[in-house]
Design a protein around this ligand. Structure first.
Ligand SMILES: Cc1cc2nc3c(=O)[nH]c(=O)nc-3n(C[C@H](O)[C@H](O)[C@H](O)COP(=O)(O)O)c2cc1C
Length: 332
């Protein structure tokens, strides 16, 4: 099984796609896969209650291609019952594992007790993890992704973390920021050093990896068992491939067809997402992808204001008619 082998045997240093709502879906995973993929793909969070109700779009959330055996399905929910049942449903699929979202800071999720609000529900968390672990097939992983607590003292959190790690989960991913800190604030990696003392299972660290040199220095300094990458992997779907090269000391030129890759993203989103999702998912992708371009902010505003996918494509192609020198980018 991919992740256990990677994380526990250290065959390949794990570089992992973060779970991101409206982004870590099959279309984007295909785009990254086209560059050689990554060690493990997380899905976007899948609603436990939606899954149980078999709502109309569930088949898109449970499309685990292109590489189900390297894919971890992330569950979000606010009751132990919903999450335990959703885990049962997801474990029927040929995926590598399931992950419980205990980090999401979206107010609508926290209000119901889900996401990072789980950090205040210690007994229920430990009960839920034990129940799921007891019924899990041996060859699949159970993991938790969390943030730092906003409401708890760090020492209490460290004790809780220790209990979570002892509950039988296979690894833990930490985004070292509290639920009150927005995405534009830097992650506080220094906390991982202190917390590592309380973690006796593989730690996947996540937050603000913006280039290869940051990745390498974080790996060196904090020595997590793997690194999870979110927004940078959307801005640069080739980032995992580039990072592997640079990690192996290969400094050869790495060029990217920015125009071609953007068009491919639109095609893949349309191929693998339902029409109802096309506009939101394409716009969400370009929020990050346009950061590759000098006038990307202006282009994104046009994309954001577009009402059809054709209009988005037209603005994107027009950009390169005006700025042909930006079609091809040399990556460091
Ligand atoms: C648009 C967006 C959606 C996200 N959705 C999820 C999610 O579904 N589940 C989750 O655990 N974290 C989610 N996150 C948090 C990311 O997994 C990650 O922790 C965060 O982006 C920091 O990593 P980065 O700096 O590499 O982007 C989301 C982040 C973004 C930007």
């Amino acid at each position: 099984m991919q992740i256990k082998k990677n994380i526990l045997s250290g065959e390949e240093y794990p570089l992992i796609l973060a779970p991101m709502a409206e982004l870590s879906h099959r279309g984007i995973r295909e785009l990254i896969h086209g560059w050689g993929g990554c060690s493990v793909f997380f899905t976007e969070m899948i609603s436990a209650s939606g899954l149980r109700a078999n709502s109309p779009f569930e088949r898109y959330y449970t499309d685990f291609g292109p590489t189900p055996s390297k894919t971890i399905a992330q569950i979000t929910g606010s009751t132990t019952e919903d999450i335990i049942r959703a885990a049962d449903i997801l474990l029927e699929y040929d995926i590598t594992g399931i992950d419980i979202n205990m980090g999401c800071s979206a107010p609508e999720i926290r209000k119901k007790g889900g996401g990072s609000a789980w950090l205040t529900r210690e007994k229920e968390v430990l009960y839920m993890l034990r129940i799921i672990k007891n019924t899990m097939p041996q060859n699949k992983t159970l993991s938790v992704k969390l943030r730092l607590p906003a409401e708890k003292e760090m020492s209490d959190f460290a004790m809780f973390l220790q209990k979570i790690c002892n509950s039988g989960i296979d690894f833990i991913s930490i985004h070292p920021k509290t639920s009150k800190e927005k995405h534009d604030r830097p992650a506080r990696w220094q906390h991982l050093k202190e917390l590592k003392r309380f973690i006796n299972i593989p730690l996947i660290a996540n937050g603000n990896i913006t280039d290869c040199s940051t990745l390498l220095s974080r790996k060196e300094e904090y020595k997590p068992e793997g690194i999870m990458i979110g927004r940078k992997a959307i801005q640069s779907p080739w980032f995992f491939s580039l990072a592997r090269k640079r990690m192996s000391g290969d400094k050869s030129p790495f060029t990217v067809d920015i125009e071609g890759e953007g068009i491919k993203a639109i095609e893949l989103i349309k191929r693998y997402q339902p029409p109802e999702f096309w506009l939101s998912r394409i716009k969400r992708f370009f929020l990050y992808y346009t950061k590759n371009l000098f006038w990307g902010h202006n282009l994104f505003i046009k994309i954001k204001n577009s009402s059809t996918t054709e209009e988005i494509e037209k603005h994107f192609l027009e950009y390169f008619l005006k700025n042909p020198q930006e079609k091809i980018k040399e990556e460091k």
